[in-house]
Structures are given as structure tokens and as C-alpha cells.
Design a protein around this ligand. Sequence first.
Ligand code: NAI
Length: 304
Amino acid sequence: TVRSFATTSSRQNAIKTVTVIGGGLMGSGIAQVAATTGHQVVMVDQTDDILGKSKASIQKSLQRVVKKKFAEDPKGGEQFVSDILGRITTQTDSNAAVANSDLVIEAIVENIDVKKKLFSSLDKAAPQHTIFTSNTSSLPIGDIAVSTQRQDRFGGLHFFNPVPMMKLLEVVRIPATSDETFNKLSDFGKAMKKTTVDCKDTPGFIVNRLLVPYTIEAMRMVERGDASFKDVDTAMKLGAGYPMGPFELSDYVGLDTMKFILDGWAEKYPENPLFQPSALLNKYVAEGKLGAKSGEGFYNYKKK
Ligand code: NAI
């Protein structure tokens, strides 16, 4: 029937091999989920040492899954982990890593020039059909895509930390993204068992566009002396049903990351009042209080 033909042809067309560039916090999570859902993954980072650590962190994360899902079946659990790890190979040469790739997901350092340099080089090395995506949180996808000759095969795949736990995937299109590319990216997201939302290439996409100004307004509220940060967190958890208050979330994300995103937007869109700086945030970052990772942010994380 027509329907089964369509299913077969879309399956033949589907993304099977994925190159994840950057094996840090996000890249290793993305590689893990892509491999868990049956994709062949090549993970790229600057050194074999980093890649070794990325693979170890994936293994650790999978073992947590096994503890829950294979409590009665240790052999099955072992097989599960080794099957998934077997689908992930590593590479330090990104050009070589895209030779067989249907999809590139870039999750390297949040720096526009470094990203453009990478994609310009990959554009020459990758096959015609390969789709390029960035996982950037704060840079315009369009500003990265101009470094290539394949803007119709370019888009954004914005994942959330921790990738294995967080259900959402924002699929971002730039004006040049073809419908075929966009549909393939959406299908890939669903194949990764994520719930996808479609969005245009605007600052912060959907989630961060709402979350960052909200968080900064919470900081301004404390700056004005309207409420304490602890009471704001309590209020938003118990009154709005949020799992974390804005100050807990900022500590979790990293106050330096918050500031970096906000400053980038303020520079690019100086007229937008939502993107104006917060003196409180700047003070914490200047003092090296960056949140959970530095041991102290709004809350204290040092083991007593
Ligand atoms: P990370 O610092 O944990 O990892 C980045 C990795 O990229 C490092 O291992 C680094 O060695 C590697 N790298 C840097 N330059 C490279 C290059 N030229 N070639 C190959 N590897 C290179 O950073 P993280 O947090 O994983 O962020 C990566 C990207 O994901 C950024 O664009 C960020 O905006 C985005 N993102 C981050 C989220 C988060 O919660 N941390 C959430 C969603 C997106």
C-alpha cells in the first residue's frame, strides 16, 4: 500500500549514523541517548584523554539505568550496557568523523568563532546529504550556519541537561532550513524518544527565552529588597509548582553561564529591557560564587 511504502521510504531515509562533536556534559549525554535508541554514534573531542572520561561517564550513567531496569537480570544488564557502548566509537579528528555521518550534532564550547571554524571545515569533509546541527543555548543558529554552503541542511537541536533525564528537545529552523531537513530532525528527535517542539531561531528559543528573563527578574526583585532569595524560591516551588526556584536553578546551571547568556543577548539586542544586566548576578560572578560547581552560589554546597 501507499502507506507502507511511505513508511519504508521514510525509514530508509532516516538518520542512522550520528557524529557528536564535543564530549563534555551535553555531548556525552547526547551520545548516550542516541546510542541507547539504536543509532551508530561517533563522538569527537580534542584528546583521547577527554574522550576516555566521556565514555566512562556514559558507562556510569548506563549502570544507574541497569540498577533500576535490570535489578533481577544482571546478565541482561551487562549486555544492555555493552550493546550501547559498542555503538559509540570515538575520534579526535572531526573531519574524519563525519565521513559516514547522516547527522552532525555540535556541542563544543559556546564560542561563535570556534563553532564557525569547525563547521566551515566539516562542510568540506562531510557527504552532501549530511545534516548539520548545533546544540548552542545562546548563539543564533543562523550566525553559525553562514560558515557553510549547506544552510538548507542546517538547524538547531537544543537538548536539556541532564540529557538522559530531560524529555524535551527544541528543534530549531533557520529561514533556509528545508522542510525535508526539518522533518528529518523532528523524526530523529522522536526516535531518540524525546518530545520535540518546533521553534524559530530567536534568542533562547522557547525555554531559555522565558526562563532567563524570569530568573533575572527574580534577581532584580531581591536587589530591590522586595523579598529574600529563599522566599522567592519557596514561593515559586509551592505557588507556581516549579520543581526548583529561580535561585536554585541558577546555582544548578552556573551563575557564570547565566551571565554569559544574558551579556551576549544584551550586546546583540541592547534595546530589549528583558536582557538588561543584574548587579546581583554580576557581583556573585565577580566573587567567584558560580553555584553548585564552585561550592557556593546563592546557596552553599561545601560539604561540612
Ligand atoms: P562542556 O565544556 O562540558 O563540553 C564541551 C566539550 O567540547 C569539551 O569536552 C571540550 O574539550 C570540547 N571541545 C571544545 N572545542 C572543541 C573542538 N573544536 N572540537 C572538538 N571538541 C571541542 O560544555 P557543555 O555544557 O557540554 O556545552 C556544550 C554546548 O552545549 C554549548 O554550546 C552550550 O551552549 C550547549 N548547551 C549546554 C547546556 C548545559 O546545560 N550545559 C544545555 C544546552 C545546551
